[in-house]
Design a protein around this ligand. Structure first.
Ligand code: C2E
Ligand code: MG
Ligand code: MG
Ligand code: MG
Length: 295
């Protein structure tokens, strides 16, 4: 009888927690509907450095939501909600425009000729007019297509193979590049790397983390990263190592032959204005920059 009772209580507690979670999701989803018109969304930009030259070659655009009452809410929380509610469509379009306009401004004001990378949700990719939306953002901003890279996860590729294939070829015709984000975590087939027009892969942060983890055998991470780089070389893909938090990780991924590195050790996501300052200071004769840690 006692076991039964505690079991029932357990169920009730679980239900209560679930209710709370559901309530929070419903509330945040509703609040997110008006986040864009209320000016609560903003972009941050994180530098990606070329390992050989130390140059700031790419910048990843990352969306931020600051709610007046709840404060900063993580994209890992609100992106899935926005995907479920359909809000990701207008918001994703806005992100694309912001990122393209900003990248072109950095070109005009600071002579930067790098690439901006934009995360794209599978829900956006599955829209038949997605390629048109990208074309519009490029036209509106003036950014040449080759300066835009779209980041897609393996899961997205697997979720809608036919739609994604059509969209990827459309994007390639435009001249934009495609990166596979969080590579190695998607439980997907490798064949798509061969069959789809992909230019770059980003090794997932968890592999980089394992390099320094005492809990997991670092030799596995070494073997996996080495294998990923080898596949990339064979297929003529660029490789980015993300989540670099220490000098040791930086040296390690350089040793493995990765092309680019991104992470808190090099630079955190920053506001557009601060990235402008970084671009100015990176000019010859200026103060040392974080990118010089690379050499
Ligand atoms: P992601 O595309 O893999 O982006 C990298 C995430 O890792 C970012 O988190 C970034 O701030 C974080 N990061 C960068 N360097 C380091 C590091 O050295 N250590 C650690 N621990 N983290 C690092 P963020 O900005 O919270 O974004 C989380 C995810 O939300 C992104 O993962 C992406 O999947 C999604 N996301 C962000 N912005 C957008 C967007 O505009 N559209 C869509 N669809 N998704 C987005
Ligand atoms: Mg990304
Ligand atoms: Mg990633
Ligand atoms: Mg990630």
């Amino acid at each position: 009888y006692q076991i039964k009772r505690s079991g029932r209580n357990g169920v009730r507690r679980f239900d209560a927690a679930l209710d709370e979670e559901l309530e929070r999701t419903t509330l945040l989803t509703r609040e997110f509907q008006s986040a864009l018109p209320r000016g609560q969304l903003s972009m941050m930009y994180q530098p990606i450095y070329h390992l050989e030259s130390g140059e700031l070659c790419k910048v990843e655009a990352l969306l931020r939501w600051t709610h007046p009452e709840f404060g900063a809410i993580s994209p890992s929380t609100f992106i899935p909600m926005a995907e479920a509610s359909g809000q990701i469509m207008p918001v994703g379009g806005w992100v694309l425009e912001q990122a393209c306009m900003q990248a072109w401004r950095w070109h005009q004001d600071h002579g930067w000729d790098g690439t901006v990378t934009v995360n794209v949700s599978p829900v956006q990719f599955a829209q038949p007019n997605f390629v048109d939306e990208v074309r519009q953002a490029l036209l509106l901003s003036g950014l040449p297509a080759r300066r835009l890279e779209l980041e897609l996860t393996e899961g997205a590729v697997m979720q809608h193979p036919a739609l994604v294939q059509a969209a990827l070829h459309g994007l390639r015709r435009l001249g934009a590049e495609i990166t596979i984000d969080d590579f190695g975590t998607g439980y997907s087939s490798l064949a798509y790397l061969r069959d789809l027009p992909i230019g770059c892969i980003k090794i997932d942060r968890s592999f980089i983390e394992d390099l320094a983890s005492p809990r997991r055998a670092p030799q596995y991470a070494v073997a996996l990263i080495t294998a990923i780089v080898s596949i990339a070389r064979t297929l003529d893909l660029q490789v980015v190592a993300e989540g670099i938090e220490t000098q040791a990780q930086l040296e390690a991924v350089r040793g493995f032959g990765c092309d680019f590195a991104q992470g808190y050790f090099l630079a955190r996501p920053i506001e557009a204005q601060r990235l402008s300052e970084l671009l100015d200071s990176a000019r010859p004769g200026a103060q040392p920059t974080p990118s010089q840690q690379l050499n």
